[in-house]
Every structure is written in structure tokens, then in C-alpha cells.
Design a protein around this ligand. Structure first.
Ligand code: SF4
Length: 175
């Protein structure tokens, strides 16, 4: 097991004094820099910066950042949630490291696609089947990871196969 222990730090983000939501760090005693290309290869929507190195990701409404000796997570209701979230992320790192022989590491820096780029590839019928009032609003949720591509049933129609394939190549995360 790569990460066996960590120190927990829970705090109110300095940019949001008085907030009732918290951020937390797991300070690690082992480096996880070598794991980041494997996480980059497997986590949809992750953004990797090989020079830092750092990998950011969104999951369950949390902003997450992996650094060589730290895992950071935002938007937490309390200390217990911080522990549960960080321990899940530590399991993810450990499992990924255990499986590294099966994974092709990915050193590429993937950027999240822009809103207009995504919008132009949606059907733009604003049929509301995704639960949003328009394709533009759905695109907005996609780019911040609050919706999944399969939330748009229209994209599954044969006429949109090419757009769907291009959107899937962009690969971003969702809650
Ligand atoms: S279901 Fe698809 S086509 Fe319909 S409004 Fe939502 S994004 Fe647009």
C-alpha cells in the first residue's frame, strides 16, 4: 500500500471567511507524484499539469487536487465528511498504484473544453429532455462537471453520432 498514513487539516477557505463549508488537506508522508499520470489516464475530466506536478478533478460537488505530498478537497460540510472524502481518495490513489501495470500512464495536459466549444457540439434543439431549459444551460453544467454527457438523450440519436464522439473525446467529469 502506497499511502498508509496522513495528517488531516480542515479549515475555512481564506477566500470565503465565515463560510459554513470547509476545505481539507491530507498531508502525506510518501510522495504520490508518480501516481498522477496513472490517475490522469483513468479519471474522466481530470486536468493534469506535469510541470507542477498536480492533477485537479471534480467529483460529488468537490474540487479535488492531488499534489506529490498533499491531497486537497473543497466544499465539505464538516470534519467527518472531510475524513470520509479524503480516505476515499487515498483508496483511489492506492488502488490505482496497485493496478499501474495494467494502465498506460498519460502525461498529457488535458484542458477542460470551453463552454462555446461544447455548446456548438450539442443538438441545440433546446428540447429540455435533459432537464435544462436550453442546450446552452446544459453545456454550462457539462463544463463544470455538474452534468454528464448521457444526460442528453438526443445525442444518442444516429444523426448526432459525430458530435457525440467529439464530445466524448473531450471527456470531462460529472457529479
Ligand atoms: S436534452 Fe440535449 S438537445 Fe435537449 S435541451 Fe438538453 S442538451 Fe439540448
Amino acid at each position: 500500500m502506497l499511502i498508509e498514513e496522513y495528517s488531516l487539516e480542515v479549515f475555512t477557505p481564506p477566500c470565503d471567511p465565515g463560510s459554513e463549508r470547509f476545505a481539507a488537506f491530507a498531508w502525506l508522508t510518501v510522495g504520490i507524484g508518480d501516481v498522477l499520470p496513472y490517475l490522469n489516464a483513468t479519471l474522466r475530466g481530470a486536468t493534469y499539469n506535469a510541470a507542477a506536478p498536480a492533477l485537479t478533478w471534480k467529483q460529488g460537488g468537490h474540487g479535488i487536487a492531488f499534489h506529490p505530498f498533499q491531497i486537497a478537497v473543497s466544499n465539505l460540510p464538516d470534519r467527518q465528511a472531510a475524513i470520509e472524502e479524503l480516505e476515499g481518495l487515498i483508496r483511489l490513489v492506492n488502488d490505482t498504484w496497485e493496478r499501474r501495470a495494467e494502465i498506460e500512464p498519460d502525461q498529457r495536459a488535458r484542458q477542460r473544453p470551453g463552454l462555446m466549444e461544447v455548446y456548438k457540439l450539442l443538438p441545440r434543439t433546446s428540447c429540455k429532455a435533459c432537464g435544462e431549459a436550453s442546450c446552452f444551460l446544459f453545456a454550462g453544467k457539462l463544463v463544470v462537471g455538474q452534468a454528464r454527457l448521457d444526460g442528453c438523450p438526443v445525442l444518442g440519436e444516429p444523426a448526432y453520432a459525430e458530435q457525440q464522439a467529439r464530445l466524448e473525446e473531450m471527456a470531462w467529469g460529472a457529479d
